[in-house]
Design a binder for this molecule. Structure first.
Ligand SMILES: Cc1cc2nc3c(=O)[nH]c(=O)nc-3n(C[C@H](O)[C@H](O)[C@H](O)COP(=O)(O)OP(=O)(O)OC[C@H]3O[C@@H](n4cnc5c(N)ncnc54)[C@H](O)[C@@H]3O)c2cc1C
Length: 431
């Protein structure tokens, strides 16, 4: 293994592996370093891996739509010789409940522009898609010990439905697929290697040093460290010109048996009660939260010190909220599920950007919503890095990425570290 590369990627999660794959495809020699023992063992491993297109900006919608086409054509995307061990998309559609913080009209407008098939369902239409759903409007979400939680709805709810979208059932394996594809392009992976210093010479990146003191040289370092991204930025001395900050946040996702009456449901995004519901293989459901205001945010100072055990309290809250929407759902007595950490950006929109440290790039702040975008995030990061390294001033003239599958154009400047806060953001995992 060499000790000198064109680029080093810190983090072998689903996005880091995608960035490495695309940099290698563009002709660069690449080394990926990760303190874990294999690909996708950071926040990727606990991802719900939901694929939907509802975002608050056209560029974010385009990113999700292009990426979806990569997932659909996964073997070709990876240039893999066989489909053995490759993940696949469960393309079951998405029903997103109407709430005040996300305008259906605005989403519809963005979907029209991107060419995404969709329709707005009233309560009757919603029942055609999910016959056992409760069509009550309960906004705002409430704590389950609040008597108002149990009040009957006085209005019905509508929803944005896309027949496309769904989930990948094994997010960690998706990262393994990308890492294998990167290895096939010559990328070296160094696991159980924790980076403790980023080295500069005359202000420019010259490499990284691991905790054992080994130096790996490269003029380009990409921070794809997930919830640890803040620490890695500090090592590089980057961050002082960021208008958008990132911060780790603890999350729980719960696992329950699906009610027998629930047949072929789509993904149900339900900010109205404060949860999302995703089918899981084995006739079960996974239920995650959508940051309802009534639940305090669980910020963590250090991802390595976070409590990684699920709690009965949050299990009861999330599963009971889901049971409000799916009344046949039984709330089991004992908790089951996973704990994960989001890397949350101030406006729940990722940062895909250069920095003021020459040679140091970031793909961070993925805010619990970028698993689905990993394939195209890798492509746009490689495109951005190659443009900036060939002299383009991305801060002044934002680089654009032409999507090959959908024909859409993404302005990478939308994901700038120096952007104005995205006021259209829902302020939740929805972005
Ligand atoms: C509970 C949960 C549910 C989610 N649900 C969805 C969803 O439904 N849909 C969706 O699109 N997205 C979802 N996401 C978000 C998505 O999973 C993440 O955006 C994505 O996995 C981030 O990938 P990554 O490669 O950036 O980071 P990670 O997977 O966190 O990888 C970062 C890697 O960096 C390594 N690292 C960190 N510091 C160092 C260091 N100093 N030296 C060496 N290695 C280091 C870590 O070991 C880790 O492997 C969810 C996330 C969570 C936590």
């Amino acid at each position: 293994m060499s000790d000198s590369y064109d680029a080093i990627v810190i983090g072998a999660g689903v996005i880091g592996s995608a960035v490495a794959f695309e940099l290698a495809r563009s002709g660069k020699s690449v080394c990926v370093v990760d303190k874990a023992a294999g690909p996708g063992q950071g926040s990727t491993s606990s991802s719900s891996a939901v694929i939907r297109f509802n975002y608050s900006t056209l560029d974010a919608v385009a990113l999700a739509w292009e990426s979806f086409h990569c997932w659909l054509d996964w073997q070709a995307h990876l240039e893999a010789a066989s489909n053995e061990g490759l993940v696949s998309v469960h393309n079951i559609g998405v029903a997103m409940m109407d709430v005040p913080v996300v305008s259906l009209e605005r989403t519809s407008e963005l979907f029209d522009k991107a060419g995404i098939d969709h329709r707005i369902l009233d309560a009757e239409g919603l029942l055609e898609v999910v016959p056992t759903i409760d069509t009550g409007r309960y906004w705002p979400p409430k704590k389950i010990d609040d008597p108002a939680f149990w009040e009957d709805a006085t209005e019905t709810i509508s929803a944005m439905y896309t027949p496309q979208g769904g989930y990948v059932s094994d997010p960690q394996q998706a990262a393994v697929n990308l890492a294998d594809a990167a290895k096939a392009k010559g990328v070296d992976f160094r696991f159980k290697t924790e980076i403790s210093a980023i080295i500069k010479q005359n202000g420019r990146i010259s490499g990284v040093q691991d905790a054992a003191g080994t130096f790996i040289s490269a003029p380009i370092v990409v921070n794809v460290a997930g919830p640890w991204s803040g620490k890695v930025n500090e090592m590089a001395g980057a961050g002082s010109d960021f208008t958008i900050s990132t911060r780790p946040m603890r999350q729980e996702v719960h696992h329950v048996s699906a009610p027998k009456s629930l047949k072929n449901p789509p993904i149900i995004g339900d900010l109205d009660t404060g949860v999302y519901i995703r089918p899981e293989i084995g006739d079960s459901l996974i239920i995650g939260g959508t940051e309802p205001e009534c639940d305090p945010f669980q910020w963590v100072e250090d991802p390595d010190q976070a409590n990684m055990s699920r709690t009965q309290e949050l299990f009861d809250a999330q599963v009971t909220r889901a049971a409000r929407r799916l009344p046949d759902l039984l709330v089991p007595g004992s908790a089951s599920g996973v704990v994960g950490i989001y890397d949350v950006a101030s406006d729940w929109t990722p940062i895909y950007d250069m920095t003021d440290v020459p040679g140091f790039f970031v793909a961070i702040g993925s805010s619990g919503n970028q698993f689905k975008n990993a394939p195209t995030a890798g492509q746009l990061m490689a495109h951005l890095i190659n443009a900036v390294e060939s002299g383009v001033d991305h801060d002044e003239n934002p680089v654009h990425f032409e999507c090959t599958r959908t024909g859409l154009t993404i302005n990478i400047g939308t994901f700038s570290r120096k952007r104005a806060i995205n006021e259209a953001s829902s302020g939740t995992v929805m972005g």
